[in-house]
Ligand binder design. Structure first.
Ligand code: ATP
Length: 204
């Protein structure tokens, strides 16, 4: 089974994430994509992160009704900092050796990979699916070979032109601006209904 994995803070999940999932699903003929909200996104230390229950609820609202998409609480349920290497190991264990893990991430995240916990193990456990993000400039996968020789050749990149970021959405929500066209409608309703990000500006 070709299993796509889209991990993220999802604070909030937005149409960039949805476009990335859809593009990866089609380009790689994945059977399913698991959306996994991070428990403790330690690489974003210094940025205040909404409670996991809100981030999970927004993910669930965004993917509701699509059979190819599932959410997982495995990282929210795990204590301590969230390490993708542990997530991939758990998934390999749960799905067995026939599972072909495809980890989807934005081009910006590739640059951060050397700072991840056990990055060589991450690359050894999955095929990396790199989604282009506008404003990221030229995509340079050479960084992958620096972590695990040969891994750049195994990575797949998929073109995507969705200039949406969660940071911009939190800013707009704080200003009371519309989020139409940036997040699914149910996610916008959730954000407004729960008053998420209203104090975002004060935290900057
Ligand atoms: P923030 O603006 O708070 O940093 P974000 O929009 O990057 O958040 P995350 O939840 O941290 O959202 O992202 C999860 C994954 O989705 C990361 O691998 C990120 O690179 C990727 N991603 C986010 N937005 C896009 C986008 N517009 N196009 C492609 N990939 C994206």
């Amino acid at each position: 089974m070709k299993l796509g994995i889209l991990g993220g803070t999802f604070d909030p999940i937005h149409l960039g994430h949805m476009a990335a999932a859809e593009a990866a699903l089609g380009a790689l003929s994945l059977d399913r994509i698991l959306f996994i909200p991070a428990g403790d996104p330690w690489l974003k230390a210094g940025t205040e992160v909404s409670p996991g229950a809100h981030r999970l609820a927004m993910v669930r609202a965004a993917i509701a009704g699509d059979d190819a998409y599932e959410s997982s609480t495995m990282e929210l349920d795990r204590a301590g900092p969230t390490y993708t290497e542990e997530t991939l190991a758990e998934l390999q264990e749960a799905y067995g050796p026939a599972a072909d893990l495809h980890f989807i991430l934005g081009a910006d995240a590739v640059r951060d990979l050397p700072r991840w916990h056990a990055p060589a193990d991450v690359l050894a456990r999955c095929t990396l699916v790199v989604m282009g993000r506008p404003a990221q400039g030229e995509l340079d996968l050479a960084v992958l070979d620096g972590i695990l020789p040969g891994s750049a050749a195994r990575a797949v990149s998929v073109d995507l032109d969705m200039g949406v970021s969660a940071t911009e959405i939190r800013r707009r929500a704080a200003e009371g601006e519309s989020l139409a066209g940036l997040v699914p409608e149910d996610v916008e309703r959730y954000i407004v209904g729960h008053g998420l990000y209203v104090e975002y500006k004060e935290r900057q």
